[in-house]
Write a protein that binds this ligand. Structure first.
Ligand SMILES: Nc1ncnc2c1ncn2[C@@H]1O[C@H](COP(=O)(O)OP(=O)(O)OP(=O)(O)O)[C@@H](O)[C@H]1O
Ligand SMILES: [Mg+2]
Length: 347
């Protein structure tokens, strides 16, 4: 293990990022059912009847969105003209979701469909005061722990992303990557509250990179007893996102600060972090430097901010490049994305 980590560190120092085309993104794949209740929950909750709660809210609006961290990430990667592989567990209701992802260029052949359960689903009902009553059904995601990468994919990918998933699956995927010497990016994000300090330490051990937001970074420090400097020593490339304040990439002794792209209109911030990761991965896959990778991430995040939902943003590669160049200087490197857009052209 120590040996693997030393090799990764060496590679990161020598060439900031090497080309990595065969990327497998693992993690949750879910449906989000969002309802709006045209009233106030508190008017219906009887304080003196809390031992006998039986509430039903008639909602007049419901939308179903494609969600789940891994699926969000590959969706944006597909839009950028890449062909990422998605690995996760889904249920019998995955049919139209598979079609939606394949249509943007995602390879879903590694997705394991288990027909005895439903795909993980998030049901949220929001009232006029933005109070929310939600339930998350883990469904097929709870079975992710039963599958190793080697069960579905014989080759050795260039990079595996370990995103929020069944916590045991996250641990075992990280372990498999270490054992097989596969470079991996650890993305514990919304599972940080569920993971213990020792699970987090174990998960990040040997990771090539870790991406978390500031709150998650602080929580990781608190749970593991590590400081930011300890994290920087442990992980070759540590990326911390800070919402509207942008992000920072810590690589050994260097820090690159990446600004945001101002949104035309902030409609819904859900999923910005996942889109940011997709942009970062796009940069990694082309072997570009971390500054450019982070800037691509910032623009992807901005597109998500401007739409409701996490997979409703639409752009063509030429549109993306033009908007990028209005904000940053890529020295024409993004032209490489145009070569990948065979599927995009058909959209
Ligand atoms: N208000 C904003 N305007 C422009 N860009 C933003 C804004 N908020 C976030 N971003 C971009 O998205 C990136 C990730 O944001 P953030 O740190 O909020 O992620 P997150 O907390 O993981 O989000 P989530 O988990 O809700 O998807 C930021 O580094 C930035 O580039
Ligand atoms: Mg996040």
């Amino acid at each position: 293990m120590v040996y693997c980590h030393a090799v990764f560190r060496f590679v990161a120092q020598q060439i900031e990022i090497t080309n990595m085309h065969d990327i497998i993104v693992t993690g949750s794949i879910a449906y989000d059912y969002l309802m709006r209740f045209p009233g106030q929950f508190r008017e219906h909750i009887l304080r003196d009847k809390l031992d006998q709660v039986s509430l039903s809210f008639l909602v007049d609006d419901m939308t179903r969105h494609y969600g789940g961290v891994a699926a969000n990430i590959v969706y944006t990667l597909g839009r950028l003209g890449l062909r990422p592989r998605l690995f996760g567990t889904v249920g019998k209701d995955f049919g139209d979701y598979r079609h939606h992802l394949e249509a943007v260029g995602v390879d879903t052949t590694l997705v394991v469909q288990i027909d005895s359960v439903f795909t993980a689903s998030f049901f949220a009902n929001t009232d006029l005061e933005n109070n929310q009553i939600a339930s998350f059904y883990s469904g097929a995601m709870a079975l992710a722990r039963n599958y190793r990468l080697s069960d579905v994919y014989e080759s050795k990918p260039d990079l595996v992303v370990i995103s929020p998933n069944d916590p045991i699956a996250m641990q075992s995927l990280a372990q498999e990557c270490r054992e097989r010497g596969i470079r991996f990016l650890y993305d514990p994000s919304q599972q940080v509250p569920r993971l213990t300090g020792s699970e987090l330490r174990q998960g990040m051990s040997g990771a090539f990179a870790m991406v978390v937001n500031q709150y998650e970074a602080d929580m990781i420090c608190e749970k593991t007893g590590m400081t930011l400097s300890d994290l920087r020593r442990e992980i070759d490339v540590l990326v911390i996102t800070r919402g509207k304040h942008g992000s920072s990439v810590y690589m050994n002794d260097d820090v690159v600060d990446v600004p945001i792209v101002p949104a035309g209109q902030i409609v819904d911030p859900t999923g910005v972090g996942d889109a940011f990761r997709a942009g970062l991965l796009c940069g990694i896959s082309h072997g570009w430097d971390w500054k450019l990778a982070g800037e691509i991430g910032a623009l992807c995040a901005c597109y998500v901010l401007e739409q409701v939902g996490t997979q409703n943003h639409v752009f063509t590669v030429p549109e993306f490049i033009a908007r990028f160049r209005a904000n940053f200087d890529d020295q024409n490197r993004l032209d490489a994305l145009l070569k990948n857009q065979t599927i995009q052209e058909k959209l």
